[in-house]
Every structure is written in structure tokens, then in C-alpha cells.
Design a protein around this ligand. Structure first.
Ligand code: URA
Length: 251
């Protein structure tokens, strides 16, 4: 059992690892910075979008553009704010020109998302749009069929209620999608009020090894004269902090 402070410290460790991530050479070359995610590191509710856009890449914070403003508004309508939730994306780096995430990029990045879920321990995860819904359900069914219906799934080793929603960027341009997204959002407080889903049994500890019967000890060689050791001075260089590491203050 870990405390929320321990989980936050571990999340900070995952962030430190992710911020220099070299796994997708094109994204590592073209990004301004990794957009790890922001919000309450102990949130009951987590949102997972697609990937940072230009504004997010510039500021290091997810959903700060027009779609983010709509997300803030919808949160406010159900009595929540960013400080109550954690917001992340499938990809932590901006795809150049806002192209769709590539399958290899999703695969490279998914372990950061799984570790975020494992450490934040949300009760409800809202996937925003197709990419996060398909990834977290492990199934190609699209958002139009799934939105607004919660299901219990095990993600990052945790049982959570997954609640797919239309992506706010899509709702910006289509009035009927906005109405649907708003109606789906309105069910969030009731979903959060449900008892948390039962957690899967932790894996059983390994069986203690059965000791082997002792073998006769081989004859010991005569002791060697110890060689005098040269003292070695070991220099551990300090790990440099980036000069403006705002993201650390965001969760
Ligand atoms: N769209 C996303 O999916 N994520 C962001 O962070 C911003 C826009």
C-alpha cells in the first residue's frame, strides 16, 4: 500500500523520465517539450485526449487551446475544475503539423499513460475521442458507438470505469456533437458517486524455494595474498534540472 505522497513522488519520477524521451525520433526532434499531463495527482477523474497541439507544445500543458477552453467550461458546468482532475494524452509529444498519432508512436508512449493510471489511481477515466478510446479499450470500435456508456476495465493494473466522450475539438465545429458531449458530461457526477470498482487480486507472491540437499563442499584453494588496492575517486555528475521546469508544479 503506497501513500498519495509516495505515488506523487513516483509520478514525478515518470515525468523526469518522459521529459527526455527519445523513443520516437521524429517527435523528439520536432517537439518544443514533452507535455506530460497536469492536474491533481490523486484525482478520482482522469481525462485522456489524443496528443498535444501547437499551444500545448509551447506551454507544456494539455488542453490549453480552444478545445481546452471548452473542456474547462464543461468541467465547470458539472462543478469541477482542472485542479480536481488529471488531464493527459495518448501521445506526450506534438505530432508535427498536428497529424494523427502513428501506431508505433502510440505503442512507444502507452507505457507512460499506463504508469500514470497506475499511480494516480482514478476511479473514472474519460477518453476523449477515438485514439484514447481505442487504445484503452484495446478494440477498434469507434467513439460514435461508445460515447456516454461506462464500462469497468482493468487499465494499468487498476479496475476503473472507462467513460468514452467525444473529443471537445470535434464538438467545437458540430453543434449536435456539442449537445451530446454536454449531455454525456452531465452524467459524470453520478458516475463519480458510485462505489469504486472492486480491484483485481494482486498477483500471488512467489512460492518459497525448496532448499536443495547440501552437496559436499569442494576442497578450498589456499588463500591468496590480497593485492593492495589503489584508492579510486568516483565522480557522480549532478543531474541538471531544466531552467524552467514549470511542469513539475502542475501535479
Ligand atoms: N487535443 C488533445 O487531444 N490534447 C491536447 O492536449 C490538446 C488538444
Amino acid at each position: 500500500m503506497t501513500t498519495k505522497e509516495e505515488r506523487r513522488a513516483q509520478l514525478t519520477g515518470v515525468y523526469r523520465e518522459a521529459r527526455g524521451c527519445p523513443r520516437c525520433p521524429e517527435l523528439a526532434r520536432t517537439r518544443t517539450q514533452v507535455v506530460f499531463g497536469a492536474g491533481n495527482a490523486d484525482a478520482d477523474l482522469m481525462f485522456v485526449g489524443e496528443a498535444p497541439g501547437a499551444k500545448e507544445d509551447e506551454q507544456g500543458i494539455p488542453f490549453v487551446g480552444a478545445a481546452g477552453k471548452l473542456l474547462d467550461q464543461l468541467l465547470g458546468e458539472v462543478g469541477l475544475s482542472r485542479g480536481d482532475v488529471f488531464i493527459a494524452n495518448v501521445l506526450k509529444c506534438r505530432p508535427p503539423g498536428n497529424r494523427d498519432p502513428l501506431p508505433g508512436e502510440i505503442e512507444n508512449c502507452s507505457d507512460y499513460l499506463m504508469r500514470q493510471v497506475e499511480l494516480i489511481q482514478p476511479r473514472v477515466i474519460c477518453t476523449l475521442g477515438n485514439f484514447s478510446t481505442k487504445l484503452l479499450r484495446g478494440d477498434p470500435t469507434g467513439i460514435s458507438r461508445l460515447h456516454g456508456h461506462a464500462e469497468i476495465l482493468v487499465i494499468g493494473g487498476r479496475a476503473v470505469r472507462l467513460y468514452p466522450l467525444f473529443h471537445p475539438a470535434a464538438a467545437l465545429y458540430t453543434r449536435s456533437l456539442l449537445d451530446t458531449l454536454r449531455a454525456d458530461f452531465a452524467r459524470l457526477p453520478a458516475l463519480l458517486a458510485l462505489d469504486p470498482p472492486a480491484q483485481p487480486e494482486p498477483p500471488a507472491p512467489p512460492e518459497p524455494a525448496v532448499p536443495e540437499p547440501a552437496l559436499a563442499a569442494p576442497e578450498a584453494p589456499p588463500p591468496l595474498e590480497p593485492e593492495p588496492l589503489e584508492p579510486v575517486e568516483r565522480y557522480e555528475p549532478p543531474v541538471p534540472e531544466p531552467p524552467d521546469d514549470r511542469q513539475l508544479g502542475l501535479f
